[in-house]
Design a protein around this ligand. Structure first.
Ligand code: 26Q
Length: 846
């Protein structure tokens, strides 16, 4: 209750009020009426749910108001289409973005509960594999924070990325049942359901104007039900909508079949329809035989395009011809690229718009972001699978291709090699639809995700397209949201920064520059170190309680967390660890900087080598951690189930960030940015966004090693011989021998031979060529870490110069250069008589 000047009391509404007493009342009320519990009998989940609903109440009116306003104002909206949105847990983030974190923490504390404890209870929506999915989530945060009208469209997978358990050093996959206790953050919008057609065949006819037309007679229909989640902006009324589609059967029960006595047949349709949104595919699953993946892609792109068209036509006078004025669509990789033929189909077949105009509307609406340089990772679908599932879309794609190849021939006469290289259809053997080609042809703008990546696209896998349309290409270096990755996850550091330079940096990360002048200030350095130490202690406790391994918080926390992949070279880090181990064994008194090596990451379930690398890390850990000669100077820890939740404890605690991919392989990387923002120094190759991080923080504050992109390709073309490195480098030789001969796998000596063989006889990612440079660089890291003042200064400068890596900067670039959309801040009346009561002390209404 707040007292005003004229003896009035304002009693806050239980659903929107933000005073501590109101929050407590609302929380207990939700516990009682929604969970059906009194505090004495409530479980931790009951408390979490009650708090989640309390927070949801406080964001709902923004969410509802904002969208109504967009429709009213007929503004242009961004539609970010992505097969993955890796949002992570919502509770903490919503509290930060609502500005309620401290109030709620206190209110909950006064009720005898711990906010950290309740946050831990939230099951995270793991609806993504890694970087690409997390980028989509960071973008929604930035779009809302910058007041850009936006929708994210994707799939509401019932099972997200698998949970990882480590059993006897091996990865074991466990189904992610994230919805099992309910999801308080989503709202099903049943009335916005869309029908999605599949299979069947097409027919032609002449319409009443004598025009040749096609219609599609599908074999079956699946229903798409949207579930909305509000993604709040920080300190603004705007919220983006994340709209995820769930598949349901059109007729959930086939009564005709049931009456014929075929009970199982009667539910079959329901089961197979619902399969479409059942499970997220891991990222390096080979596509052959993965028809369900294509069904998923069409399912969510069709539902989303239909939904956009519905929204566009909401205002009476809006015609489909002006669709591109209502929406600018961004394709997050090729996974949603069926949006191109789907929008064409709707314009051609449903609205009977002519080809040329339909094509103009489509290409004006759509843009494409590429996220990979690995040619084997480019999506392609066999023509027969494609044609069976989407016969009409295949016709449209063939016609797009016909017009496109005509243009290629006109622009580059007598160059049939180019024509077959560029064709949307790969006809070199079995026929395939090349999704990246479709995306390039159907988009106005094409971008890479870091400067080097974009350059390599232009000179490599998309070279022909760049030569045809140089102006379509641009670079948009990735970024991450500082709200989650710094303010929420690293409270001590965020508070220290705000005490020094105020809080403007949260919305304008370049403000961190103001820290530069304190970089050499001894007392600021001390405060900085004590922040780092406190988050390191937190992680040390986590490791002790979850893994039973005791690590020294004063040792250097040397961290490599990301998906396990050979190009990311986790095994190069292992070679470094074995080298240090051998140095100590040879000279037990050697003066060495104590380090804790922390690994985390999931391997795709079908990726043999990645899974073996996890086992290798754990086997090396077993030996190193238990060898008395090491005297705890080296500790190796593999933290299971690296995801958004576990990463929240990891990124803040980094001293050294390992970004060691082979130059030219990592499109951008975003973990590198999260570490930099949290004051870790990077050891890295000139790859992806590492290059730009180094440019920003200064070469003197970055540990660079390894071959450059052009050196990698030159060496490869001249015939790279890994074996000679193995022969000539004594320390490397010894480390590899130990892997080969079973030093780390005594009960199964040949267990790690495949690792040895792949390195010594092929070494596609050139670990051996980079080994010595990496080791030398790590020795330099050691010598600087010994000088804590210098290290701390470098750490402060890294944070001070990390402004570029806010996703706010990235989103501004997309807005200005590709989407052409403007901020539209929405006012929500502060005082709303419907939600607040104004009464006098004696109880009479005024
Ligand atoms: C494709 C077909 C079938 C099944 C799965 C997939 C699939 C799913 C996810 C393929 C790729 C992905 C994810 C790729 C990804 O995360 N790429 C990363 O994107 C980041 C954001 O741009 C970059 O920073 C990383 O460099 C890049 O590896």
């Amino acid at each position: 209750m707040k007292k005003t000047d004229n003896n009035h009391y304002i009693i806050e509404d239980d659903r929107t009020g933000i005073e501590k007493e109101t929050l407590k009342r609302a929380f207990l009320d939700n516990l009682y009426y929604l969970q059906g519990k009194i505090p004495e009998l409530a479980t931790r989940n009951d408390f979490y749910m009650a708090l989640a609903y309390t927070v949801r109440d406080r964001l709902l009116h923004r969410h509802l108001h904002v969208f109504r306003e967009y429709i009213k104002q007929k503004c242009r909206m961004v539609a970010y289409m992505s097969a993955e949105f890796l949002t992570g847990p919502h509770l903490g983030n919503n509290l930060i973005n609502l500005g309620l974190y401290d109030n709620v923490e206190e209110a909950i504390g006064e009720l005898g509960l711990d906010l950290d404890d309740l946050k831990e209870q939230e099951e995270e929506p793991g609806l993504g594999n890694g970087g690409l999915g997390r980028l989509a989530a960071c973008f929604l945060d930035s779009l809302a924070t910058l007041d850009i009208p936006a929708l994210g469209y994707g799939i509401r997978y019932e099972f997200g990325i698998f949970d990882q358990k480590i059993v006897d050093g091996w990865q074991v996959e466990v189904t992610d049942k994230w919805l099992r206790f309910g999801n308080p953050w989503e709202i099903a919008q049943i009335e916005l359901t869309q029908a999605i057609k599949f299979g069947g065949h097409t027919k032609t006819y002449y319409d009443n104007r004598g025009k040749y037309r096609v219609y599609w007679i599908p074999e079956y229909v699946v229903i798409a039900v949207p579930y909305d989640t509000a993604i709040l902006g920080y300190a603004t009324n705007t919220s983006s909508i994340l709209r995820l589609w769930k598949a349901e059967a059109a007729e959930s029960f086939d009564f005709q079949r049931f009456n014929q006595g075929d009970y199982y047949g009667a539910v079959h349709n329901k089961v197979s329809s619902e399969n479409i949104s059942k499970v997220l595919y891991p990222n390096d699953e080979k596509l052959s035989g993965k028809e369900l993946r294509l069904e998923q892609q069409y399912f969510f792109t069709s539902a989303s395009i239909q939904d956009m068209m519905r929204i566009h036509c909401l205002e009476d006078h809006k015609e489909p011809e002006t669709f591109f004025m209502s929406f600018t669509i961004q394709l997050n990789d090729t996974h949603p690229s069926l949006a191109i033929p789907e929008l064409m189909r709707i314009l051609l077949d449903n609205y009977r718009i002519d080809w040329d105009q339909a094509w103009e509307i489509t290409t004006k609406s759509i843009n494409y972001t590429n996220h990979t340089l690995l040619p084997e990772a480019l999506e392609k679908w066999s023509l027969s699978i494609f044609g069976n599932l989407l016969p009409r879309h295949l016709e449209i794609i063939l016609e797009i291709n016909y017009h496109f190849l005509e243009l290629v021939r006109k622009t580059f006469p007598n160059d049939e090699h180019r024509v077959s290289r560029m064709s949307i259809i790969d006809e070199s053997g079995e026929k395939y639809v090349r999704m990246a080609h479709l995306a390039c042809v159907g988009s106005s703008a094409i971008n890479g995700v870091a400067a080097l990546h974009t350059d390599l696209l232009k000179s490599g896998i998309l070279k022909d397209f760049y030569e045809l349309w140089p102006n379509k290409f641009s670079n948009k270096t990735n970024g991450v949201t500082p709200r989650r990755w710094l303010v929420l996850n690293n409270r001590p550091l965020a508070n220290l920064i705000s005490d020094k330079i105020g809080t403007d940096w949260v919305k304008d990360l370049y403000e961190l520059k103001k820290l530069e002048k304190y970089a050499s200030n001894k007392s600021f350095q001390q405060g900085w170190r004590s922040c780092k130490n406190s988050v390191k202690e937190y992680l040390a406790n986590y490791i002790l309680s979850h893994l039973g391994i005791k690590v020294n918080p004063l040792s250097m926390f040397d961290i490599l967390v990301k998906r396990i992949h050979e190009y990311k070279r986790q095994h190069l880090k292992v070679l470094h660890i074995i080298t240090l181990y051998n140095r100590i064994k040879e000279n037990p008194e050697i003066d060495i900087v104590p380090r804790t090596f922390i690994f985390g990451g999931k391997a795709a379930p079908g990726y043999f080598m990645a899974k073996l690398i996890i086992k290798l890390i754990n086997s090396v850990a077993e030996v190193v951690n238990n060898d008395p000669d090491i005297k705890d100077r080296l500790k190796v820890v593999f933290i299971p189930d690296f995801n958004i939740k576990t990463s929240q404890h990891i990124y803040p605690a980094g001293d050294l960030s390992e970004q060691i991919s082979t130059a030219g392989k990592e499109a951008s990387g975003t973990g590198n940015m999260k570490f930099t923002m949290n004051g870790a120094l990077t050891i890295g190759t000139l790859d992806g966004a590492n290059i730009e991080i180094r440019d920003e923080v200064g070469a003197e504050n970055f540990f660079l090693f390894g071959l450059k992109t052009d050196e990698v390709s030159r060496m490869k073309s001249q015939g790279y011989d890994p074996h000679s490195y193995y022969e000539k480098n004594a320390e490397l030789h010894k480390a590899l021998e130990m892997i080969k001969t079973g030093f780390f796998s005594r009960d199964k000596p040949d267990l790690f031979q495949p690792v040895f063989n792949s390195l010594v006889f092929r070494d596609e990612y050139m670990l051996l060529a980079d080994y010595q440079s990496y080791i030398d660089c790590q020795d330099k890291v050691d010598s600087i870490f010994r000088d804590q003042d210098t290290w701390t200064k470098m750490s402060i400068l890294n944070v001070a110069r990390s402004g570029k890596f806010s996703s706010d900067r990235t989103i501004k670039e997309y807005c200005n250069e590709i989407w052409k959309v403007n901020p539209l801040p929405v006012k929500i009346p502060k005082y709303d008589p419907k939600t607040q009561t104004n009464m006098k002390l004696d109880g009479s209404k005024n």
